[in-house]
Ligand binder design. Sequence first.
Ligand code: SIN
Length: 279
Amino acid sequence: MALEVRPLGEMAGAEIIGLDFSAPLDDETVATVNRAFLDHHVVCIRDQQIDLDRYLAVASCFGAPHAQKIPKFAHPDTDMVSILSRELNRETDDPNSKPLARGTFWHTDHSYHREPSKATLLHAIQIPSSGGDTRFLNMHAVYEAMPDDLKKRVDPLRGVHRLTARRQFTGVRRRTDDEVDGPRAVHPLIRTHDETGRKSLYMNPNRMDGIEGWSDADSDALLEELQEHAFQTRFEYRHRWRPDDVLIWDNRCLMHAAMDDYTETRRMHRILLTGREPY
Ligand code: SIN
């Protein structure tokens, strides 16, 4: 059956119809998915009831999966897959405390590494009957809509990214010892996509110390201005999950955020694909 690529949103998102991940993928199929991924930044393949081995085999067609570093989130059968479920993310040892959902503030995965993840795959194992959407910001569109003088100002600058960043607005506050001084990397604020050549604003609000060589106050002023510009619904695609969806998105040109507005279980299996140093 020929594959059909059906756009889901104006800013990002396309569904690929006719794809079955339970069987090996031929080169033409991989090329079609890759093309849709580059054109639409988020691709969704519905109704995929696949086990971990198939999930990893599918992911490997699009890049090299890398290991999940935080043991409590790793899948018990393989650390190449992590489990996203707020039950695994309690802030305190009190079983009555409200567990934290992960990734609820705008971010891009692993920007604090020299080679941040190129793409993320999520497989929806269990979805609440309402809520728990994932939102995406198209950072190409964000960049393109920046006023020319702002583009010129930002063009030569580099952002300092760190796991335990100074500018951390939300997230996990308890850290293991080796996370406290965790990874740090410096990346251009205007990033060129290594496959399409398109430019985007590359920032990760919760994981940035500031701008290289700038004072905290000056960094804060510019980063706040950029955030205010970026956090606009006109740049957004919002994905409403169905059980067994597999989503693949491009971390090089998107930020994403999970909605924390549900009470039932939400469980996702995540694979990250290795990326290159941004330029
Ligand atoms: C993530 O931030 O990587 C996961 C987003 C989600 O759970 O929707």
